[in-house]
Each structure stands twice: as structure tokens, then as C-alpha cells.
Ligand binder design. Structure first.
Ligand code: 2NL
Length: 353
């Protein structure tokens, strides 16, 4: 095979290899194979000097033509592959702005919290201040100061979570601890009365604890809202007017209230308040067990003994107090058959509110 034929064969192989290279690294490998320092064309060029002198000019021209042809083909192929690679990168990174977004679940206030805020707002509108206190309380503020002396049945171990010191520093005999989880928020109000002079218009919302097994109408931990007014000349009429307004604000202006005599150790006289049934408007139905009424809170005039513990002169001041369970109000307002549903965290239930 003449040198010209060798060069033309090399050119054809090279052009075919360039056309077949389908990526930039492969194309570069082809370039090195033919035009690199140890490439096949370079090898031939080096051998030109050994040719007879009459063949050299022709061989020099043809090899130069082959080099130019290969370089031109490499350049064209390189441009094609580079733009294809760029297209691929752009395609892979592309953001499809027409895709629907991923919806994030939106949170909302738990029903208990909604009602707590609603009731708090009603009392803020009447000029009351919010008071808070510890959930781990002294027996004195939870019971004794509220007219429940140490032998009072409501203090029973059965009803109260007593807190024991397990550090070993102070051995507390079971049943003799004076620290407990508050069973109502009344101790908050005792502390306020002890700490400042009337007039007092306060609302004490918060968690309370009772040693109950959870069932449809009881929870071992629930949310209570208590209120306390102490001023000169406060009467049972003020109590009735205030709570009637509050019940209408919570349940709606068409609801009526009634006050039934009751007993609490810390108020005298005491009453339970019923609101007319929202299902039958008072006619009697299954929801109100045929009575036409739903019990929603307890209240009364502060017992003079309680004022005595608080250092308030019962001859000069009088007052009323009340307490309601937020979970119970939620259940009545939304027809919830079992208080435990409020604590289970089932979103299918909670999302309704
Ligand atoms: C109920 C009844 C009530 C009170 C709470 C109270 C607080 C002080 C003084 C006097 Cl500091 N009374 N609180 C009074 C009557 C009833 O709650 O059924 N709660 C769920």
C-alpha cells in the first residue's frame, strides 16, 4: 500500500471514529489516537523523512490534508456533542413551573384551646385580668385555705395525685405529702387574694388533675376556668347577671340559664348553672336526657371562712366565684359523645373544628 493510500485509509478510519464518538470524552480519545503525540498520523508524519525524496512533497501534502480534514471533523463533532451535553444538563435541571405545588398541612388551634381563648376573651371584655399559678401545689392552697380541712372527704387519696419526693433526702410517708397536682385552679385565686387587696376581678384558666380513670365524661387531666370577684357590695344578683351573659356569649343569645341550689365547701350559698338545651330548645330530648337543660358550671358566693384564710375582711367585702370544665363545654357545644376523643389526636376528628 502506497503512503498516499495509507494516509487516505487512516483519514477514512479517523472520520468514521469521529462520527461514531457519542460523547466528549470518547471524542477526545479519538483525537489523541490520531493526532496526539503518539497518534497514528503523527507516527506517519515522523516517518516522512525516511521516504525517497521524490515521494516526500506529495506525501507531505496529503498528510497535511488528512490532518486538516480530521481537525475540521473533530471541531464540528465537538460542537455538536457540547451543545447536546448542554441541552441535556438544562433539561435535567429544568423546573416545571406548571406543576401543582406540594400542599403543606396547615395547623390550627385545638378545640380546647379555641374554647379557652373564647371564654378568656369574654371575661377580658368585662374587665377581668388573667391569673396563673403552679400546677404542682401545696395542699394548703388547694384544700385547707378553701375550707377543706385535713379530714375533709374531698381530699381523699382516691381523688388527688399527691407528689412524693423520691430523691431520698426527705422521706415522705405515703399519704402524708403536702404537695399535690392541683385539683382545681382555685389555689391560683387564693394566692391572688393573699397577695393584694380588692377590688379583684380575675379569671384563672389552666390544667388540673384528678385521680379518675378516663371515661366518656371524666379525664384525669382537664382544663378548668375559674373566676373570682371580690369587691364591696357584690351580690348573688351580680353573679347571676355575669354568668347569664357569659353563657349567652359562649352558646348563643337565644339560650337561657337557670341556677339550682348546690353545695361547695368554698362558697355559700352555692349553685349549679344549667343552660337550655340547644338541640330541643328546652322541650326535652335525648341530648339533655329529657330535662331541657345542660349543666355547665358551678358557682357561689365566696364563703366568709375562705376570706378569713385570705386575710380579707368579710364584713367589708363580698364576692362570687365560679368554675367550669372546658372539655365539658366543648362536648356540650359540639355534641361530642366522649371527652377522650379530645385527647386522642385523631386528625379526622380534630379537623372538624
Ligand atoms: C365546678 C365548681 C367552683 C369555685 C369553683 C372558688 C374559688 C375561690 C373561692 C371560692 Cl378562691 N370559690 N371557686 C366556686 C364554686 C364552684 O367550681 O363545678 N367546677 C368544675
Amino acid at each position: 500500500m502506497s503512503i498516499t493510500e495509507q494516509l487516505e485509509s487512516l483519514r477514512d478510519d479517523g472520520l468514521a471514529a469521529i462520527a461514531a464518538a457519542d460523547s466528549l470524552p470518547l471524542l477526545d480519545a479519538v483525537r489523541v489516537e490520531y493526532l496526539g503525540k503518539k497518534g497514528s498520523l503523527t507516527g506517519i508524519l515522523r516517518g516522512l523523512g525516511a521516504l525517497p525524496s521524490e515521494e516526500r512533497p506529495m506525501a507531505g501534502k496529503v498528510s497535511n490534508d488528512v490532518r486538516v480534514a480530521l481537525e475540521a471533523a473533530l471541531e464540528v463533532r465537538n460542537a455538536t456533542l457540547a451543545s447536546a451535553a448542554m441541552e441535556a444538563r438544562i433539561g435535567a435541571d429544568a423546573v416545571d413551573v406548571t406543576l401543582p405545588g406540594r400542599a403543606r398541612p396547615v395547623g390550627s388551634r385545638h378545640l380546647i384551646e379555641q374554647i379557652r381563648v373564647e371564654v378568656v376573651d369574654i371575661f377580658l371584655g368585662l374587665g377581668y385580668k388573667i391569673a396563673e399559678g403552679p400546677e404542682v401545689e401545696l395542699d394548703y392552697y388547694n384544700f385547707t385555705a378553701l375550707n377543706q380541712p385535713p379530714d375533709h372527704p374531698a381530699r381523699s387519696l382516691q381523688d388527688t395525685f399527691y407528689v412524693r419526693d423520691l430523691s431520698g433526702d426527705e422521706a415522705v410517708v405515703e399519704g402524708e405529702s403536702d404537695v399535690l397536682l392541683r385539683t382545681h385552679t382555685s389555689p391560683v385565686q387564693m394566692r391572688v387574694m393573699e397577695g393584694r387587696k380588692p377590688p379583684i376581678y380575675i379569671l384563672a384558666p389552666g390544667k388540673v388533675y384528678r385521680r379518675d380513670v378516663a371515661d366518656p365524661s371524666h379525664l384525669p387531666q382537664f382544663t378548668q376556668i375559674e373566676g373570682l370577684v371580690v369587691d364591696e357590695g357584690i351580690t348573688f344578683g351580680d353573679l347571676k347577671g355575669t354568668l347569664d351573659h357569659v353563657c349567652k356569649a359562649i352558646f348563643g343569645p337565644d339560650r337561657r340559664t337557670r341556677f339550682r341550689p348546690h353545695f361547695f365547701p368554698f362558697t355559700e350559698p352555692s349553685a349549679e348553672v344549667d343552660v337550655s338545651c340547644g338541640i330541643c330548645s328546652g322541650a326535652g330530648c335525648r341530648f339533655c336526657k329529657g330535662t331541657g337543660w345542660l349543666e355547665i358550671l358551678g358557682c357561689g358566693m365566696v364563703d366568709p371562712n375562705v376570706f378569713g384564710y385570705a386575710g380579707i375582711d368579710p364584713e367589708r367585702f363580698s364576692g362570687f366565684a365560679f368554675g367550669m370544665g372546658v372539655e365539658r363545654i366543648a362536648a356540650l357545644k359540639y355534641n361530642i359523645p366522649d371527652l377522650r376523643m379530645l385527647l386522642e389526636g385523631d386528625m379526622r376528628f380534630l379537623r372538624q373544628f
